[in-house]
Ligand binder design. Structure first.
Ligand code: ADP
Length: 520
């Protein structure tokens, strides 16, 4: 078709019209290498006016250094004219009128006419593409991780310096080889299939999700890797750029972490087992303790309660004996009867106190709001005889607070403390003062005396049951009073302690937390 169209010079004129509007530079030369036609784009690309080019050897558009070979190459082409790319495997350059050169790609198309063969060359300025290619190469080269680009056959076409370092091969040893050389033999056979699959549906992604990947160094050693795949579309086809990271160190840390975790878990389990065994033992011991405490309390209560009535009979009979027979028997008998009466009285007091102690928990009453002043007044009336007998002065703060608790137990508490303050007075008649101060949500009460005082060594111990610092002759007592006080205070959620020095009097403190109760 072209041939029939181009059978005269006027056909060249017609062809001029067609190529004029082409979007790329087109130059036609005759078999002597003279320019016979150039379009507008060619004028722009090379910086010549068309008239300046027509009739000129095409070599004016070829840089000096390539010009020498050009006529020969041209003749070779004219000898076997087929449409093809020019300069396979070589980089081609164009020369502008101003002397500057630029990279080009040239397509050659022979046209046969009656006047002979012409060649239509389509010239494309590939400066921009070269710039991008260089940018791509330098980016890959300067990447801080190994990067390898392969074509769809798995041939390595680009590697960077990091790849050389990582795999121990030189660039020359890698370029043009199959990518499988970097994969351990035992994993190699899968690879072509996986690659084909990737090229079939290319997308940027991680390689080998869920699988462990390994690289093979030139020295035959393997190492764990992670690979990111990026499909890259080029004119020549599809390529894949892989970013390869050595994760040996990460794996090592992961392993170390896992081992540490396992060890920790084992330790925790072991410790938990130990602790739960200990807790079980402790619970059993607590239960046993609770049982025996309860039994003891019951025993103390039953024993003291049941002892009361035979003791009352014994006391009655002995008192009868004393009333009826004193002076009728001999002196010895009178003395024994007197001592028996005293011992029985002593025992009655002991049993009364023991009962009081065991009743703190067993016969407790619900808490109610009660003005502490009332508790003070009740205490004073209970101690009336002792107060008169010892000429004691008992005072209290003008204002005493309202407290919530078991009224009769609080009377018992204050009674025991004031009673002791009176009992353990020194040479002077007892002076006792009851006061109350508030600290946060707690009332702190104080019973202060000016009596014999207590050695700090015994400040803790005096609250234990049956602990006494004196014998019956010096000061009668059972050693139960303060133990009752402690129990009552604990039941009310408070604390009790003493501050004292021998000869300087004592201050017994106890706390009662502020709380709302019935009637408050
Ligand atoms: P008791 O008074 O029956 O001996 P308590 O339990 O009431 O038993 O007191 C224990 C001991 O604490 C007393 O024997 C006494 O030595 C000492 N004690 C208690 N209150 C005072 C006090 N106000 N001054 C000095 N000593 C005291």
């Amino acid at each position: 078709m072209l041939k029939s169209m181009l059978n005269s010079a006027s056909t060249i004129a017609r062809l001029t019209a067609i190529i004029e509007s082409a979007p790329m530079a087109i130059i036609m030369i005759d078999d002597q290498g003279h320019v016979v036609l150039a379009n507008k784009e060619a004028e722009i690309l090379f910086g010549y006016h068309r008239e300046e080019l027509l009739g000129q050897p095409v070599e004016v558009l070829v840089p000096q250094e390539f010009r020498r070979n050009h006529p020969e190459l041209r003749s070779t082409f004219f000898a076997h004219p087929t449409p093809r790319r020019m300069g396979a495997g070589r980089e081609l350059f164009g020369l502008r009128k101003d002397g500057s050169t630029f990279p080009v790609e040239i397509g050659l198309n022979p046209i046969e006419t009656e006047e002979g063969i012409f060649v239509v060359s389509a010239v494309v300025d590939i400066t921009e593409r070269k710039r991008l290619e260089n940018l791509f190469r330098s980016t890959v080269e300067s990447a801080p991780i190994a990067m390898v680009m392969i074509d769809s056959e798995g041939t390595i076409v680009v590697v960077n310096a990091e790849t050389e370092k990582l795999f121990g091969y030189t660039r020359q040893a890698l370029l043009g080889c199959r990518i499988e050389m970097l994969i351990p033999e035992r994993l190699r056979h899968h690879h072509p299939e996986l690659r084909t699959r990737f090229f079939g549906a290319p997308e940027a992604r991680r390689m080998g999700a869920g699988r462990d990947l390994f690289g093979l160094r030139q020295d035959g050693s393997e190492f764990p890797i992670e690979i990111g795949l990026n499909p890259i579309e080029m004119e020549e086809g599809l390529y894949v750029l892989s970013a390869i990271v050595d994760i040996t160190e990460r794996k090592r840390l992961e392993n170390a972490l896992r081992q540490t975790n396992e060890l920790l878990e084992q330790r925790v389990q072991q410790r938990t087992r130990q602790l739960s065994a200990q807790a079980e033992t402790l619970q059993r011991a607590n239960e046993a303790l609770e049982r025996s405490n309860l039994e003891l309390q019951q025993f103390a209560y039953i024993a003291s309660h049941d002892l009361q009535s035979p003791l009352r009979s014994i006391s009655g009979f002995v008192q009868l004996l004393q009333a009826e027979y004193t002076g009728k028997l001999d002196i010895q008998a009178d003395d024994w009867i007197k001592r028996t009466v005293q011992s029985i009285q002593q025992m009655q007091i002991l049993i009364r106190d023991l009962l009081a102690y065991s009743r703190v928990d067993s016969e407790s009453r619900p808490f109610k709001a009660v003005p502490f002043r009332k508790i003070f007044d009740d205490t004073i009336s209970l101690l009336d005889a002792a107060i008169v007998e010892t000429h004691a002065q008992i005072s209290c703060d003008a204002e005493l607070p309202l407290v919530v608790g078991d009224r009769s137990q609080l009377v018992q508490l204050l009674h025991n403390l004031v009673n002791n303050a009176i009992k353990y007075h020194g040479d002077q008649p007892p002076r006792v003062h009851v006061s109350a101060t508030r600290s946060e949500n707690t009332w702190i009460f104080c019973v202060q005396d000016h009596g014999i005082g207590i050695d700090p060594r015994y400040h803790e111990r005096i609250f234990e049951i049956f602990r006494r610092l004196h014998n019956q002759k010096e000061y009668p007592g059972t050693g139960i009073g303060l133990a009752v006080c402690r129990r009552v205070v604990h039941r009310h959620g408070g604390k009790i302690w003493v501050e004292s020095q021998p000869g300087l009097g004592s201050r017994f403190y106890f706390t009662i937390p502020e709380r709302t109760g019935e009637g408050v």
